[in-house]
Design a protein around this ligand. Structure first.
Ligand code: HEC
Length: 102
């Protein structure tokens, strides 16, 4: 029983660290200049994005490409710029974090 509790605590700690790490990653890559979690700035709010792609199994791949290559038309005419400095792993953790927001 004790072992299970310790494992559960470790998983919970890992989970919250991952969320923190991704928010930090968004900050470091300047995403937060155009995006906020709760509201639209230049780009859509991250929670809005999560709601739009809820249940869409192809969303993760699509959004990873969008973050790295940029593009427009999903939300409006303002383009999202390319972010070539964001590598595959970083883009994936950013997308996972964004899609996990509620
Ligand atoms: C210069 C402003 C700007 C910056 C910086 C920016 N974005 Fe965006 N982002 C936008 C705009 C505008 C859109 C809407 C594009 C559209 O309508 O297709 C968008 C859309 C998105 C979407 C949804 C894409 C879709 O197809 O639905 C995601 C996810 C996203 N941004 C993540 C990020 C992340 C992560 C970063 C940092 C690496 C970032 N953005 C940096 C402006 C920006």
């Amino acid at each position: 029983m004790k072992r299970i509790l310790v494992a559960a605590a470790a998983i919970a700690a890992l989970g919250s660290n991952a969320a923190f790490a991704s928010e930090q990653l968004a900050k470091e890559n300047n995403c937060l200049a155009c995006h906020a979690v709760d509201q639209k700035l230049v780009g859509p709010g991250f929670k809005e994005i999560a709601a739009k792609y809820k249940g869409d199994k192809s969303a993760e791949g699509k959004l990873v490409t969008k973050i790295q290559k940029g593009g427009s038309g999903a939300w409006g005419a303002i383009p999202m710029p390319a972010n070539p400095q964001v590598d595959d792993n970083e883009a994936k953790s950013l997308v996972k974090w964004i899609l996990s927001l509620k």
